[in-house]
Design a protein around this ligand. Structure first.
Ligand code: UDP
Ligand code: MG
Length: 331
């Protein structure tokens, strides 16, 4: 394909979600900035502080020598998906890259992503070569999760591909046009389509700070399943049908036994096991249905995905200001 677009002709945005990264953020922003200076003429770095309770926000605000920096401070911790959504809605670039602040995504790879974009790709997504930074147990669960998601829907979610990706303005606008509150970004990237290509990278260990907790990952997984797949609902119906069939067959068997051989000894054990089993299945089924209903509840309420407490644009004499336009948009 012909080289039709050049990164030097457009504004490049970098979106960095940050939650309690006081040990990483200063060095990370310095490294990112010096890499971008070598790579492109015009860029902006949007740091979304996702309600950090440590000194992250203070450290970011003190980067007054970075005129390209925009700090978007959320009013509390809304989670990484919301932080990325905030960054995408705030960025003005014609092309953007989302990158974690913990050095797990190699900054140097941004140049390779840009090359793919210049060659016509609208989305370039990083795929982890290794998952050594995760435990064996977590790796297995994640693999099973992506297999299940891919199996249960029409769109494929690429395993080992995360939020480290480059997006063209077309893709950003498509993502921003999606009104849903339950945002499972990996599903949304696949859903929007557009030309895309993977790029492999070695994931390094987190430099400092804590990883996302297992509970947060579970919540994300549930939101991923319930917002992109109805397979669990179908499974519940199937299990219900199978349980009813087992009940009918077992009932017929008992009836035949009683008719042929008279009253059999009362099967307490069978009865109790059967009751516990069917009771458990019913509760799990109700829970699954409940997850979908709570998803509808969240959507119907129509609350914003996040709230911005302030937006600091460093090149505006590093004055802290609440962006009126932005607040209006999300109100
Ligand atoms: N992060 C965030 N909000 C959160 C949790 C994490 O903005 O509630 C940021 C975090 O600061 C980092 C990125 O999202 O820049 C990835 O987080 P983490 O390293 O915990 O996730 P993992 O690498 O395990 O996917
Ligand atoms: Mg990480």
């Amino acid at each position: 394909m012909l080289n039709e677009r050049s990164i030097n002709d457009v504004l490049f945005s970098c979106i960095v979600p940050v939650f309690n990264e006081e040990k990483n953020i200063a060095k990370f922003l310095e490294d990112l900035r010096s890499h971008l200076k070598k790579t492109t003429n015009q860029f902006e770095i949007i740091v979304v502080d996702d309600g950090s309770s440590d000194r992250s926000k203070k450290i970011i605000s003190s980067c007054v020598n970075s005129p390209e920096l925009i700090l978007l401070s959320l009013s509390r911790n809304f989670g990484k998906e919301a932080a990325l959504t905030a960054g995408l809605e705030c960025c003005s670039g014609d092309v953007a890259v989302m990158i974690d602040a913990d050095f797990q995504h190699p900054i140097a790879l941004i140049s390779d992503m840009i090359l793919h974009w210049e060659n016509g790709q609208d989305m370039v997504y990083g795929v982890r070569k290794n998952r050594n930074s995760e435990t064996f147990f977590l790796r297995k669960i994640k693999t099973a999760f992506y297999k299940m998601l891919t199996y249960s829907q029409d769109i494929a979610i690429v395993p080992n591909a995360g939020d480290f990706r480059l997006l063209d303005r077309k893709v950003i606008d498509a993502l921003n046009s999606m009104p849903e509150k339950y945002r499972f970004m990996k599903g949304l990237y696949s859903w929007v389509g557009f030309s895309s290509t993977p790029i492999l990278y070695e994931v390094s260990q987190r430099e400092a700070g804590k990883k996302m907790s297992f509970i947060s990952l579970c919540k994300l997984a549930i939101s991923g399943i319930t917002s992109f797949s109805t397979l669990p609902l179908r499974l519940v119906s199937m299990v219900g049908i199978i349980m009813s069939l087992i009940g009918i067959i077992y009932g017929a068997y008992i009836l035949t036994q009683t008719l042929l051989y008279g009253n059999s000894t009362p099967g307490w054990t069978t009865l109790v096991v059967f009751m516990c089993f069917s009771g458990g299945i019913q509760l799990v089924s109700l829970g699954i249905v409940g997850e979908y209903i709570s998803g509808i509840f969240m959507e119907v309420k129509g609350r914003p995905n996040y709230l911005v407490s302030e937006k600091i644009v460093m090149n505006q004499s590093s004055i802290s200001l609440v962006n009126k336009e932005f607040s209006k948009k999300i109100a």
